[in-house]
Design a protein around this ligand. Structure first.
Ligand SMILES: *[C@@H]1O[C@H](CO)[C@@H](O)[C@H](O)[C@H]1NC(C)=O
Ligand SMILES: *[C@@H]1O[C@H](CO)[C@@H](O)[C@H](O)[C@H]1NC(C)=O
Ligand SMILES: *[C@@H]1O[C@H](CO)[C@@H](O)[C@H](O)[C@H]1NC(C)=O
Ligand SMILES: *[C@@H]1O[C@H](CO)[C@@H](O)[C@H](O)[C@H]1NC(C)=O
Ligand SMILES: *[C@@H]1O[C@H](CO)[C@@H](O)[C@H](O)[C@H]1NC(C)=O
Ligand SMILES: *[C@@H]1O[C@H](CO)[C@@H](O)[C@H](O)[C@H]1NC(C)=O
Ligand SMILES: *[C@@H]1O[C@H](CO)[C@@H](O)[C@H](O)[C@H]1NC(C)=O
Ligand SMILES: *[C@@H]1O[C@H](CO)[C@@H](O)[C@H](O)[C@H]1NC(C)=O
Ligand SMILES: *[C@@H]1O[C@H](CO)[C@@H](O)[C@H](O)[C@H]1NC(C)=O
Ligand SMILES: *[C@@H]1O[C@H](CO)[C@@H](O)[C@H](O)[C@H]1NC(C)=O
Length: 873
């Protein structure tokens, strides 16, 4: 999700990918290639972390954070740079002045951007252009004139990197006199594993002539300012802040209008969050400070008044800021004895400064930097080895894409269990931040997790259910511990529904009460929230009319009255997810109600609308039943008006969210047979899909497009899906920093790619899996909770198929599927319960004889209206 996505798809293609970036270091790719080559020779001694390229998707709106983290780590330590870098905080609509005032952008490869510091909290793949976090930056500085001459404000302290020097956890920074290296790593392997925690080593040349000073800073926009406390008996710098975070960005762009909402990250500006950091500057007493003190500064305008330092001052308490200006403050210090290496232990907490210190103490303890690197790599190895492959017969780029995507598939959401605040304070449930957002992740992220990680999946589901218990509805988007905007409706229903469908037998043992899970779904489906911009749905009018009418009088609730077409089709899919769980739990009446509601997507289908010779499109509709025409091409990448608003803006008038009617008219993953029929039958449906791709209506960089390439399956033409998926993967994804076609969106983009590479595609909220065609000859998915491993092997695999256009005569089209020795009646789909749940062997036989296999065999993928999904497994 991103207002920029349309722009991206307009720009996407070879031209963007050919830009030569000076970062990261060529060493990054050299090491990965060498590791893959080594694994091909010695597959028994494999270190999966070596295949991960953390820089994929760091450019061109991928918004990936390449920082150091552990799986689902609350800490993601990364360099923060100037420029458009939403893995931290940046405000793109305001220019240079505002850029100067913003704390902690994230990473970008662009060599013309400067480092401002290193900070422990980031999100990855944020769809919002504004990003989140970036608090508590630390930055080394060379100050030839001594302490008082050190300039510490954001724009004064920024420095260029040396070109071609960024590697995974290392950046080389240029200063006037020399270069400094920054290293970070994180770990949280020691019980109680509360907050994630970072360890920070800063190396610099011994031959330097002057002391290096370090600045820790926090920039606060509104409300409470930081309290920096520092005592000689306690070696910590505590830096609590009540921050509006990106939510408070209003004061940057429009300081005179404190209620302006336009510049929020992705949620209401009214909400605040708290974060606390604890820096052990003395490394448990192993280091000694030389000079130290606190500083304050202001950024807006007053060039002649930069910062004010108090050498020896140890306390700073700026507790209230009402006028709305931006204040910066922090600590400035140097080390005694000219050490060549500095270690700083860093703890983070959302509860208190004390807890931040405790987290550093308990989770880093006395471990060395190298020990922590090894520990976090062990955790990543465990996570990544849930999928194993045959290195010698897999294309190196595919290996790198696969493991880099699997890495990001476990990088977020951020596990902040026991670090809760607001209504979640002291909850006994698991808690995850950066659900960014459910609308993005229900499609591919959680279905992938279901294949191999039921324990993690259950914890996140527990968090969704707890959100219902604490707030009344499940969240759609969450960042900085705050509710974010709802995009389609309550996509969380599909997520928890997918868990129930795949692990109902183990739910109890995994800590999930299915009745409670169902109650949470029913709340989303039945209870109208007073404001449905942040949770729940506008179910009152939806139930009354069978669709969300355009320009309807809603006397009971508020929310942005746009996206009536896309909200209707998505509500219907959420209802289908509820229907599946109702079926599972024998809620007979509800099954009836929600089966009916699953068909509501039909109510926005206008059979008279024509576009490019094809008839029948989804459209928004008045409450009296009359359709309101908008051109189905609007908000597609081929939209003639590049300025049309297509996202959450109040002047998005097309009726669809971040995509076109052309795209949304294909959205009924639970009932595609009906869409095939109303679009004119199998042949016309295939022609229409072909036209959709050829005419550039495919908005590859955004989630509504995820399932379009595989829709040929439903018209009994599976080989077309194979061709289209190959085209999509090679045209839009690669191993470069520009290698994602859109925001990673909590690894939504990473996981759609993983499914494509595995040659499968999920139907979210069900246990059905479509068979497309794998990009690698064999892989095994290990599910240690169920104690099973499932190997998928492609018989007749031809490596020449691994390209954008499969050449004639090259085998890639599925001829048969054999599951544990039994020939499957369909070559288009199978069930999780027959495959990844039981383990064993799936053999996918492929052929080059496309025409002979361009049908599904005896059974098409399921559709509700033709008798599919009539029972749950
Ligand atoms: C994995 O590879 C990294 C990078 O080469 C290396 O530093 C690390 O020691 C390896 N870890 C293990 C557990 O082998
Ligand atoms: C790095 O490369 C960029 C782009 O080629 C160039 O503009 C910049 O001056 C270089 N920076 C340094 C520090 O050499
Ligand atoms: C989340 O953190 C809790 C508390 O430390 C831990 O028990 C749990 O295993 C973690 N889960 C994941 C998925 O990281
Ligand atoms: C900071 O100042 C506020 C307001 O004067 C006070 O309530 C608070 O206790 C002070 N905090 C510390 C840590 O001194
Ligand atoms: C959470 O529990 C702690 C310790 O019992 C208590 O001090 C704190 O007030 C509680 N916070 C809330 C918001 O209930
Ligand atoms: C639902 O009904 C079926 C068939 O009567 C039964 O086998 C199953 O145990 C029931 N499930 C629940 C959750 O009650
Ligand atoms: C569902 O729709 C059918 C057919 O239109 C209708 O007969 C039935 O009463 C509906 N059930 C519910 C619970 O609305
Ligand atoms: C329905 O309402 C719209 C908007 O008021 C109006 O333009 C249209 O003519 C109405 N249709 C019917 C059939 O009354
Ligand atoms: C599409 O083809 C399948 C398989 O031959 C057939 O069952 C189905 O009825 C066809 N759909 C339409 C709408 O013609
Ligand atoms: C691997 O990816 C790189 C970067 O996109 C590309 O230049 C190269 O051609 C690819 N190699 C193969 C064999 O596709």
């Amino acid at each position: 999700m991103s207002p920029f996505k349309r722009l991206i798809s307009l720009l996407s293609g070879a031209s963007l990918l050919s830009v030569a970036y000076a970062q990261p270091s060529p060493v990054v790719q050299e090491r990965i290639s060498a590791a893959i080559a080594k694994a091909a020779i010695d597959p028994y001694d494999v270190n999966y972390t070596e295949f991960v390229n953390v820089f994929i998707g760091t450019n061109d709106y991928g918004d990936v954070c390449p920082g150091a983290s552990i799986p689902f780590g609350m800490v993601k330590f990364s360099t923060d740079l100037t420029g458009y870098a939403p893995a931290g905080v940046y405000q793109p609509f305001c220019s240079r002045i505002l850029d100067d005032m913003i704390n902690g952008p994230g990473y970008v490869t662009d060599p013309t951007q400067k480092i401002r510091g290193l900070s422990p909290m980031h999100d990855s793949g944020t769809g919002s252009s504004l990003g989140t976090y970036g608090n508590f930056e630390i930055m080394p500085l060379l100050c030839p004139g001594g302490y008082e001459t050190c300039t510490v404000r954001l724009d004064d302290r920024e420095r260029y990197r040396k070109n071609n020097t960024d590697v995974i956890i290392l950046a080389q920074m240029l200063t006037p006199a020399t270069s400094l290296k920054l290293w970070t790593t994180t770990s949280r392997w020691k019980p109680p594993q509360h907050a994630a925690l970072a360890w920070n080593v800063l190396l610099f040349p011994k031959d330097r002539e002057r002391p290096i000073l370090f600045s820790i800073s926090q920039t606060i926009f509104r409300s409470h300012l930081p309290v920096v406390t520092w005592t000689s008996t306690q070696p910590w710098v505590e830096s609590p802040s009540e921050d509006t975070g990106d939510r408070g960005m209003w004061s940057l762009c429009y300081p005179w209008d404190i209620s302006h909402q336009a510049v929020n990250s992705f949620g209401p500006g009214a909400f605040h969050y708290q974060a606390f950091a604890c820096y052990d500057l003395l490394d448990d007493g192993k280091q000694t400070l030389d000079e130290y003190g606190v500083w304050t500064g202001e950024t807006y305008g007053l060039d002649y008044w930069d910062d004010a330092k108090g050498l020896g001052e140890t306390h700073l308490n700026l507790s209230v800021n009402l006028i709305g200006d931006v204040y910066q403050s922090g600590a400035l210090f140097s080390y005694a004895g000219e050490p060549s290496e500095i270690n700083i232990r860093v703890g983070i907490s959302f509860v208190s400064a004390e807890q931040a210190c405790l987290n550093a103490e308990t989770e880093v303890g006395s471990a060395t930097f190298d020990e922590i690197i090894t520990q976090s790599q062990t955790l990543w190895n465990e996570q990544l080895s849930k999928v194993t492959i045959d290195f010698s017969h897999t294309e190196p780029n595919i290996t790198e894409l696969l493991y880099s995507s699997l890495y990001r598939a476990s990088l977020t959401p951020n596990n902040a269990t026991d670090e809760t605040q607001g209504v979640f304070a002291n909850t006994t449930h698991f808690y995850f931040d950066s659900l960014y957002c459910s609308w993005d992740t229900f499609r591919t992220f959680y279905p992938l997790m279901a294949l191999h990680s039921p324990v993690e999946f259950a914890q996140i589901v527990d968090n969704y259910i707890d959100s219902y218990l604490k707030r009344g509805w499940m969240p759609d988007c969450r960042a900085n511990n705050l509710p974010g905007w709802t995009q389609g409706g309550s996509s969380a229903d599909v997520i928890v529904g997918h868990f129930a469908m795949t692990y109902h037998d183990e739910a109890k043992q995994l800590g999930i009460d299915l009745e409670q899970l169902y109650a949470a779904m029913i709340a989303d489906g039945e209870v109208n929230p007073p404001e449905w911009n942040i949770q729940g749905r506008q179910v009152n009018v939806y139930r009354q009319y069978g669709y969300i009418p355009f320009a309807v009088l809603d006397t009971a609730s508020t929310g942005r009255m746009t996206r009536e077409g896309s909200r209707t089709v998505e509500y219907a899919y959420e209802d289908f997810a509820i229907r599946q769980v109702a079926l599972l739990l024998n809620k007979t009446e509800d099954v009836d109600t929600y089966t009916n509601r699953s068909y509501f997507y039909r109510n926005v289908w206008d059979p008279t609308v024509e576009s490019d010779g094809f008839t029948g499109f989804a459209q928004k509709r008045y409450s009296n039943g009359t359709f309101y025409y908008t051109d189905p091409i609007d908000c597609s990448p081929a939209d003639p008006d590049p300025n049309r608003e297509c996202s959450l803006q109040d002047d998005n008038v097309v009726g669809f969210y971040e995509s076109s009617s052309w795209e949304y008219s294909y959205f009924a993953p639970h009932d595609m047979a009906y869409l095939v029929q109303v679009m004119g039958g199998n042949t016309t449906f295939v022609e229409r899909l072909d036209h959709f791709f050829n005419a550039s209506y495919f908005n590859v960089g955004n989630e509504p497009s995820f399932n379009t390439p595989i829709n040929y399956h439903y018209a009994n033409s599976p080989t077309n899906s194979v061709d289209q998926v190959h085209n999509t993967v090679f045209e839009y994804f690669d191993i470069t920093p520009a290698g994602l076609p859109g925001n990673d969106d909590q690894a939504a983009m990473a996981t759609v790619l993983v499914w494509h590479l595995l040659g499968l595609y999920p139907v979210p909220g069900t246990s059905e899996i479509l068979v497309v065609s794998p990009f690698l000859p064999t892989y095994t998915i290990h599910n240690s909770y169920l104690g099973v491993s499932t190997t998928v092997t492609v018989q007749n695999f031809d490596s020449r198929s691994v390209q954008q256009t499969i050449p004639p005569g090259v085998a890639a089209y599925v001829k048969s599927v054999t599951i544990n020795g039994q020939l499957s009646p369909s070559r288009c789909h199978f069930d999780f319960y027959d495959t990844f749940r039981v383990g064993g062997e799936v053999i996918i036989e492929v052929t080059s004889d496309k025409n002979s296999v361009n049908d599904c065999g005896t059974s098409l993928p399921y559709s509700l209206s033709t008798g599919g999904f009539n029972s749950v497994r």
